[in-house]
Every structure is written in structure tokens, then in C-alpha cells.
Design a protein around this ligand. Structure first.
Ligand SMILES: [Zn+2]
Length: 193
């Protein structure tokens, strides 16, 4: 898309472009294949272990293997259900940092920081972006009062006003790019601008 058709203020039309829709289709097919592979991996692995190893009785192997297989299937279904959710728009209402403690039975508890962005959607719902590491991710990228759109299929966020920014995050692979780029440095997909 030529530069003049891609203003930095407003929701990007790239999200509905045939190219990105094709990328989404490809990604979906890939994750479906991967989910199927994980679902079958454990039952197959334990079946083989049960057949060749004396340490593991066959019936026990089958129970553990299919249990883990179902578990992987449940995780995959949950992820796919999340991807089917509707796109939403909202406004950043608050940003906060919280110190969290991780309890470890063997040693002293470890602490880490959580960086949280609170968003109120246009339908009045509250959404939360929680990041553990501060590395110029959404916490630094999004300002209070800013309009944000969430793309559930890609599980990434888009800013309404990108005109004051020097960087833009790829909505497909999340790589940080200079705002002048039209395509992502890493995955070569169109940037959402
Ligand atoms: Zn990318």
C-alpha cells in the first residue's frame, strides 16, 4: 500500500487486507497442525514406552499418555476459543507496576515486577495487559488516554494514533520496528499503519 494511503492516525486497513487474511489463514493451519501433533505425541510416546520398556506396564502407559493427550487438546481448544473472540476497541485508563512474589519451597521467595495496562473497552468492559518484563513492550508503548484496538486472531494490539511514535510493533510476530517501515523486519508482513 502506498505511503499516502497509510496515514498514521486511524485504524489500519492492513488488518482486512487480503495479504494479512492469508497470513492469518496460514498461521491458523499451522497452529492446528501443531495442536494435533501435541495431542497425539503423548499417547503415541507412552504407547511405545509401554510396549518396549519393562519399567512401565502397558495399561499404565496408556492411561498417562491419553491423559496428557487430552490435557494438550484442552489447552489447544481453549486457545482457539480465545482467538475467535471479537475485535474490541478501548481506551487506556491506567498503568501500574506491582511487585509480585514467587514462592519457592526450596529457597527464598523470588520477587519480580508486573507491568499492567488497564483498558476500558467501548462496551464498558475492563481489559488488562500484564507483562512481566519491562522491555519496551505494551506498557511503554501505550499511554494513558490512548485508543487501542485488540486483534484477537493475532493476539496483538494496535494504537489509533501512531503519529507521534518512532516505533511500531508488528501485529503478526510482535517485533518492534521503526515507524518508517512498511513491512516487518523479521516476518516481512505488512505493519498495521
Ligand atoms: Zn513481524
Amino acid at each position: 500500500m502506498p505511503e499516502e494511503e497509510r496515514p498514521l492516525v486511524g485504524w489500519s486497513r492492513v488488518a482486512d487486507s487480503p495479504e494479512i487474511l492469508e497470513t492469518i489463514r496460514k498461521n491458523k493451519r499451522w497452529s492446528l497442525g501443531f495442536a494435533l501433533f501435541l495431542t497425539l505425541l503423548f499417547p503415541a510416546g507412552f504407547l511405545i514406552a509401554g510396549l518396549v520398556s519393562d519399567a512401565m506396564p502397558l495399561n499404565e502407559a496408556l492411561i498417562i499418555g491419553s491423559g496428557l493427550g487430552f490435557f494438550m487438546l484442552a489447552i489447544s481448544l481453549w486457545r482457539f476459543a480465545k482467538m475467535k473472540r471479537r475485535t474490541w476497541d478501548g481506551v487506556v485508563v491506567k498503568k501500574l507496576e506491582k511487585r509480585r512474589y514467587e514462592r519457592d519451597d526450596d529457597g527464598p521467595s523470588q520477587s519480580y515486577m508486573e507491568y499492567i495496562v488497564l483498558i476500558r473497552t467501548d462496551r464498558g468492559k475492563k481489559k488488562k495487559i500484564v507483562e512481566r518484563k519491562r522491555g519496551g513492550e505494551m506498557y511503554d508503548y501505550l499511554e494513558i488516554g490512548e485508543r487501542v484496538r485488540y486483534h484477537p486472531v493475532l493476539e496483538t494490539y494496535e494504537k489509533y494514533d501512531k503519529s507521534k511514535d518512532e516505533v511500531i510493533y508488528c501485529n503478526v510476530c510482535r517485533r518492534r520496528n521503526p515507524i518508517g517501515n512498511d513491512r516487518c523486519e523479521r516476518c516481512k508482513n505488512l505493519l498495521f499503519k
